[in-house]
Write a protein that binds this ligand. Structure first.
Ligand SMILES: NC(=O)c1ccc[n+]([C@@H]2O[C@H](COP(=O)([O-])OP(=O)(O)OC[C@H]3O[C@@H](n4cnc5c(N)ncnc54)[C@H](O)[C@@H]3O)[C@@H](O)[C@H]2O)c1
Ligand SMILES: [Zn+2]
Length: 291
């Protein structure tokens, strides 16, 4: 079991599962809706793609860059160690973008579905996203696997706090512009966000699981528990290359759960799933989740 966050690029990763399954895949929406109707436990596993229509860049494709940096290369403990200023600028930018964004039709369809079925189904949203848009759309039963842009963690005393300040500290005001030609940041560490406890004063970091770091054990085991019992799983807007989340749905499909993928394009995990619905999730999800 991989518990640290990592990217696997090889499409061979899921082969062991899909070779055994040899699924006949369908994109028959009405057949999927029938399966969903009789499900008692439903999981919706989301990734950055569900927030793309809200204007939040994903980590793949053209939007995957901030300045000259590949966004995922800044989401690492090594980058923070080398340049806490640069990483804070990047996260300040992401906090500002997400704060201005609105939940889209995909987030809203999921929240409405949970509300409508609160008495007859157990519905859980497991998200890899850190933007808070599922909660803002009204989703209640939510597992945020990789943390949240609006939480900080003290690097010294480890205290986790919610922080929605804009900017999070004075030195970051008007910083974080994403354009390629913006020069590197050099904010002194003392001016970056710090723990307010008088006896600590440690440097704060975003409370986010970075590449190479482990997921919180309690969060991971909650997610695994619902994945191991769900009847139906919707895999929405994720490239299925970031582990451990990438193996959740293939494993559920391998034990017999009905899994449907909603994405703009096929992913390495697509062959593992019963259903594949191509398109923007702002269009496909409202249709899939409507009565
Ligand atoms: N919004 C966010 O919080 C956010 C944004 C970028 C990255 N991340 C983090 O980066 C990692 C990236 O992994 P990931 O798999 O979540 O995302 P990803 O960036 O690797 O992949 C995004 C996927 O969404 C698909 N997609 C894009 N637009 C779509 C649309 N409108 N409808 C349907 N599908 C669409 C793409 O084809 C792609 O497969 C995660 O760990 C996540 O925490 C989060
Ligand atoms: Zn502290």
């Amino acid at each position: 079991m991989y518990i640290s966050l990592r990217v696997f690029r090889s499409s061979l990763l899921s082969c062991s599962v899909h070779k055994i399954m040899a699924l006949r895949q369908s994109s028959d929406m009405s057949k999927f809706k029938e399966a969903l109707k009789s499900a008692k436990q439903v999981v919706i596993l989301s990734g950055a793609g569900i927030s793309a229509e809200s204007g939040i860049p994903t980590f793949r494709g053209a939007g995957g860059y901030w300045r000259k940096y590949q966004a995922s290369s800044l989401a690492t403990p090594g980058a923070f160690k080398t340049s806490p200023s640069l990483v804070w600028e990047f996260y300040h930018y992401r906090r500002e973008v997400a704060a201005k964004a609105q939940p889209n039709a995909g987030h809203i369809a999921i929240a409405d579905y949970e509300k409508k079925h609160s008495s007859d189904k157990q519905i859980t949203v497991i998200t890899q996203n850190v933007d808070g848009l599922h909660a803002r759309a009204g989703t209640k039963n939510l597992i945020e696997l990789h943390g949240n842009l609006y939480k900080t963690r003290c690097t010294k005393c480890k205290e986790v706090l919610v922080n929605t300040d804009s900017p999070i500290c004075e030195a970051l005001a008007n910083r974080g512009a994403p354009d390629e030609n913006v020069v590197g940041s050099d904010i002194p560490v003392k001016d970056l966000p710090h723990c307010q406890k008088p006896d600590c004063k440690g440097l704060l970091r975003p409370h986010i699981v970075w590449f190479g770091e482990s997921l919180e054990p309690a969060v991971l085991s909650n997610a695994e528990a619902v994945m191991s019992t769900c009847d139906v799983c919707l895999v929405v807007g994720t490239s299925s290359v970031v582990y451990p989340a990438a193996m959740f749905a293939p494993q559920a499909a391998a034990r017999g759960a009905i899994v449907a993928e909603f994405n703009l394009e096929p992913t390495p995990a697509t062959p593992d799933f019963h259903y594949y619905f191509q398109g923007t999730c702002g269009t496909t999800l409202p249709e899939a989740l409507a009565e």
